[in-house]
Ligand binder design. Structure first.
Ligand code: AQP
Length: 336
């Protein structure tokens, strides 16, 4: 809580082209709930370098991601939209929380195991300590709620544990955060393998809808989406491909599962897939147009970056002053 307002924090990595999973699982929810809170939405570029990045690409993608936050409907005058690397307090608190995190806790993290397997030639310490830095991101702003996809649940639980562990030693320093999961779209699955989540880094471009895919590409990818031979639009475990398409359709149209099942009763998968494609085009097209408009306005984006860097520094510094004092770091002398 800051200024009597509850706080929301969330972030994304600019590690690739954002997918429909990132949008429906996170970004769309941020826009839906931001109104009543003090909000911090970060481009988590420190997290991105746990996997090797091309510097020019990382810089371009980070700017695009920040612009996309705004294009999706987050007003940067009301929501603090900023780069993690512009606010050194993230790294400082990350280090401090590393000293309160057990290696065993980090080694148990599913994302660490997955990423270590995927990047066996670069299992760096940052990949392991990623969740303590993520906890720092959240605790720095005293966030009550963290709107993320279901894949981040384990990291959120660790952030809660670290907040409680720290508070047990030093008193009430951190707000213990809660995960905020949307009603739909918590875990959008790959269009080619519905047992796997849709991911930016999937090597098969047909597995993911990228937010910047043009309408024809979107329609084509849905046409090719893996389904089954049952032939009914039903939301059930036996039909993971169809279940995923129903989730996407309902997230984009606001319809319920029952309404969707009824709408496509007795119709083939072809008709249903086409409707899902159209629903997604309907959501992404305005976002793409706004993104292009905003990208052309360099001065506006630069101004918002400067303004929000200051805001993020201001609030994060409030927490850090308390943390440094509690831990016992020497006071910073103030010159008279
Ligand atoms: N498939 C998904 N369904 C719902 N939500 C998802 N998120 C990611 N994939 C899905 C949510 O998107 C936010 C941003 O996550 P991130 O940038 O930290 O990256 P990630 O979770 O690692 O996402 P990716 O797409 O899988 O990236 P790569 O391939 O780079 O690892 C988070 O809130 C996440 O829950």
């Amino acid at each position: 809580m800051f200024d009597d307002k509850k706080v929301i924090f969330s972030g994304m990595q600019a590690t690739g082209n954002l997918t429909l999973g990132n949008y429906l699982g996170a970004l769309k929810n941020w826009v839906d709930i931001c109104e009543d809170y003090l909000t911090f939405f970060c481009v988590v570029d420190l997290h991105s370098i746990t996997v090797r990045q091309d510097p020019a690409e990382l810089r371009r993608r980070s700017r695009d991601l920040l612009t996309l936050y705004i294009a999706a409907g987050l007003d940067p005058e009301k929501n603090c939209i900023y780069y993690q690397s512009h606010v050194p307090n993230h790294a400082e608190l990350g280090w401090i929380l590393d000293c309160f995190t057990y290696v065993g806790e980090l080694e148990r993290m599913t994302q660490y195991k997955d990423k270590a397997a995927k990047h066996a030639d670069n299992i760096n310490a940052g990949l392991l300590t990623y969740p303590s830095l993520m906890a720092a991101d959240i605790l720095l702003y005293q966030a009550e709620y963290v709107p993320v996809g279901a894949d981040q649940k384990q990291h959120l639980e660790l952030a809660r544990t670290l907040a409680e562990r720290f508070n047990n030693v030093y008193g009430d320093v951190f707000t213990v955060p809660d995960i905020w999961l949307g009603k739909r779209g918590r875990k959008i699955m790959s269009l080619q393998d519905p047992e796997k989540k849709m991911s930016k880094s999937d090597e098969n471009p047909n597995a993911s809808i990228y937010l910047m895919d043009d309408p024809d590409t979107i329609r084509r990818k849905f046409k090719r989406a893996v389904t089954d031979s049952i032939g009914a639009v039903k939301y059930c475990d036996e039909q993971p491909g169809i279940r995923n398409l129903i989730d996407i359709y309902c997230s984009c149209t606001g319809k319920s599962t029952e309404e969707c099942e009824k709408e496509f009763e007795g119709q083939g998968y072809g008709v249903f897939k086409e409707a899902v494609g159209e629903a997604v085009v309907g959501v992404l097209k305005p976002l793409q147009d706004r993104f292009r408009e905003l990208s052309a306005d360099k001065d506006y984006i630069d101004r918002m970056i400067l303004q929000n860097d200051e805001k993020a520094m201001y609030y994060s510094e409030k927490t850090m002053r308390k943390v440094r004092k509690k831990i016992g770091f020497p006071e910073r002398p103030r010159l008279k």
